[in-house]
Design a protein around this ligand. Structure first.
Ligand SMILES: [Zn+2]
Length: 454
């Protein structure tokens, strides 16, 4: 046993030397990922954080592999150790080839409509800091309360929201809750809002006005940022969701709210576990990013039940959770392939998360890495690289995000097949004239190559 361990220890420096003999690394020069190692000129360098920068450390001298003789085997002939799984870390392109982050920060023509442009309309909730959600429970003359709603929203839906946004934002967004856990009776029938019609005559915002007026003695609206009105499951309404509104109370202007029931009026089933995560996503300015008919395995804003529920890296970028320094932007593709390492977007760190290739002022190709995380319930076969376009001029349900895939990887969920479409080690895809290849996968991310497709 001890013998075996020593052999493994001897092999490590040999692999390092073999794989990196061509890398020209200098102490103090820029590197891309904390913990990366490179051997150059007989020294092994480690990528470390120095202030705000990532640089190669001063290095340690590597023992010459020729000195390390393998222990004699009983037969007298030392067999070479098989190493089928070892692929050398590809040498990364220098960071100097990337353009300023602003070159890839897309602009949108859709001023008032939700979009994926870099500047989120300030009418939406702040996505950094603390957002305090008031949950107000209401009853109407034609709809009595359902006590299960207290439990559903206070003990299930809200904790899901708090946990999801804490994780997805890397701790940059905290959602808190204020509720009195009692009913406010509105002295009119729920039919008076005409919500079933789902048209101009439906007064969703008036539901919120009535609830705020009824509850304002108990809630300090100066400390509230968003409003959730829970209607009884028996009220006369369609399935509820996020809405824009204009309510002034407690010296504040409220432009974002949600109406909800415990039982969905459409199918009489309880709301899904991440219902509120999705709806409050709209309050942050998020839209339905992929075409609703396509059956994706990704994104809570597509469907609350998907296995890969976390937001796309691009959405995290516009919500200011991924920093510009974590996005490598290419304005044009150089003649030689660009080699990069992307750490999975589910990991909280300051490492590079996205590679963006600008197509136009409003459109870009985005590459990100996904691994199983607190939010993403991925199987090993689902993990890999996602390649998609973002079009900031396409609104909700018009596929502003379009996934490029070879279509081979799906995940069975109930009686449907959800498209996973990740690329794994050795696989390539051509998207909008750009070829993306996954050179190597490791536990926390992917080495990729980006080149012209022709
Ligand atoms: Zn929605």
């Amino acid at each position: 046993m001890r013998q075996h361990l020593r052999l493994v220890a001897l092999l490590i420096p040999m692999i390092l030397v073999a794989s990196n003999s061509y890398a020209a690394v200098k102490a103090g020069s820029a590197c891309t990922k904390v913990g990366l190692k490179s051997v150059s000129g007989g020294k092994s360098y480690t990528c470390i954080k120095s202030g705000k920068k990532l640089v190669w450390d001063k290095g340690v001298v590597v023992a010459k592999p020729s000195v390390a003789k393998p222990a004699p085997s009983p037969s007298g002939s030392a067999k070479p150790m098989p190493s089928p799984a070892v692929i050398a870390d590809p040498e990364l392109s220098p960071k100097s080839i990337f353009a300023s982050a602003s070159v890839c920060q897309l602009k949108s023509d859709l001023n008032r409509e939700a979009n994926l442009g870099y500047q989120v309309n300030p009418a939406y909730l702040n996505s950094v800091g603390t957002v305090n959600l008031a949950i107000i429970f209401t009853t109407y003359t034609d709809a009595a309360g359902d006590d299960r709603a207290f439990e559903e929203y206070g003990k299930k839906q809200f904790p899901e929201v708090a946990k999801f946004y804490e994780n997805s934002s890397y701790g940059k967004l905290k959602v808190t809750m204020t509720t009195t856990n009692k009913y406010y009776n509105i002295n009119k029938p729920s039919t008076s809002y005409n919500l079933m019609a789902m048209n101009q005559t439906s007064k969703f915002w008036e539901v919120a006005v009535d609830a705020v007026n009824a509850a304002k003695g108990d809630y300090d609206f100066s400390k509230i940022d968003a409003i959730l009105v829970v209607m009884p499951s028996s009220s006369s309404t369609v399935d509820l969701g996020a809405m824009g509104m204009e309510i002034r109370e407690g010296g504040k202007l409220f432009q974002q709210g949600i109406t909800a029931s415990y039982i969905n009026p459409s199918n009489k089933a309880p709301v899904m576990p991440k219902f509120l995560v999705h709806e409050i996503g709209h309050n942050f300015g998020l839209l339905h990013p992929v075409n609703q008919q396509s059956g994706y395995a990704w994104n809570v804003m597509y469907w609350e039940e998907v296995p890969g529920a976390d937001l796309f890296g691009w959405e995290k970028y516009i919500l200011k959770w991924i920093e510009p320094s974590q996005v490598d932007c290419l304005s044009t593709l150089p003649a030689t392939p660009v080699i990069n390492y992307l750490e999975a977007t589910g990991i909280s760190s300051s490492n590079t998360k996205l590679n963006v290739i600008r197509v136009s002022d409003s459109k870009a190709l985005v590459i990100e890495s996904r691994r199983k995380s607190e939010i993403d319930d991925l199987l090993p076969a689902d993990e890999g690289v996602l390649v998609y376009t973002v079009d900031a001029n396409l609104g909700s349900n018009r596929a502003p995000i379009k996934l490029f895939t070879n279509n081979s990887r799906t995940r069975v969920f109930g009686n449907q097949r959800l498209l996973v479409g990740t690329l794994q080690q050795g696989e390539s895809i051509v998207a909008d004239g750009v070829k993306v290849t996954v050179l190597k996968q490791d536990k926390s991310g992917d080495f990729i190559s980006i080149s012209r497709s022709s």
